[in-house]
Ligand binder design. Sequence first.
Ligand SMILES: NC(=O)c1ccc[n+]([C@@H]2O[C@H](COP(=O)([O-])OP(=O)(O)OC[C@H]3O[C@@H](n4cnc5c(N)ncnc54)[C@H](OP(=O)(O)O)[C@@H]3O)[C@@H](O)[C@H]2O)c1
Length: 265
Amino acid sequence: MYGTAWKKDATTSLVELAVQTGFKAIDTANQLIHYQEALVGDALLTLQKKGVAREHLFLQTKFTPTNGQDHRTPYDATANLTTQVTQSMDSSLKHLHTDYVDSYVLHGPYSRGGLGEEDWEVWKAIEALYRSGKTKMIGISNVTATQLNQLCTKAVTKPMVVQNRCYASTGWDKEVRQICDANHVVYQGFSLLTANIHIMNSPVVQNIAKRLGCTAAQVIFRFASQIGMLPLTGTSNTQHMKEDLESDKLQLTPQELGQVETISL
Ligand SMILES: NC(=O)c1ccc[n+]([C@@H]2O[C@H](COP(=O)([O-])OP(=O)(O)OC[C@H]3O[C@@H](n4cnc5c(N)ncnc54)[C@H](OP(=O)(O)O)[C@@H]3O)[C@@H](O)[C@H]2O)c1
């Protein structure tokens, strides 16, 4: 999945390039601090003119609560949370020139530890968007194992997607991934490279890269997909886009997967 955070004005050209290079899934958020969702939409219009139909792409965006926004909220920040979610989704659909997204993600819970009243109100609003057909899947990001367990147990519509930062030091978010496996939730890992630079430079990863004739980044991405994750990449480089996609052709052995999975434990 191609991630569009921090691309600023280059968002349009990079999304076009990513899709033309072979990415079919795009991640964004209606959060101007880090993302330019409207510029993702501009790229989609150009791609449509070039024959890439909306239905051939997987579009994911997020509802970002006020604590993750600056003054430029894509909703009335004084309105109740249900209204905020509805307005944010309508704004996203406008930005992306579509009448549905493939996945809609709560950017992060309001509460620490477990889930609080605000989280449940927002989740109910997201469930309503799912029932209305404005999104095909719903999910949550930056979630702990405790919070995900609660959501999977108590929600009327369970999450279908989790998007988390993935550190080798937590067994690559093992606890959360196990809950995802048990509940048929797609686990999307981000910052796989930037959060694990020292792992890329480790002899274990370097030796696998040597054996496969590939880069350390490709080892990490392929490791992630072989253990069941959907990896996100945030590259701005054409060659890296190709390498990130081509990593899917590589095959780590079960022993290598075990070595990387437990490298920091
Ligand atoms: N939900 C959240 O709160 C949240 C938070 C952060 C990110 N995200 C999502 O996750 C996406 C990816 O995050 P990220 O940017 O931190 O991920 P990342 O892919 O770990 O980091 C991107 C960095 O990796 C480098 N890179 C990528 N492929 C490479 C390759 N094949 N070889 C060498 N370097 C490579 C890039 O450099 P080059 O540009 O030089 O290739 C860039 O510096 C974001 O765009 C966003 O959509 C979500």
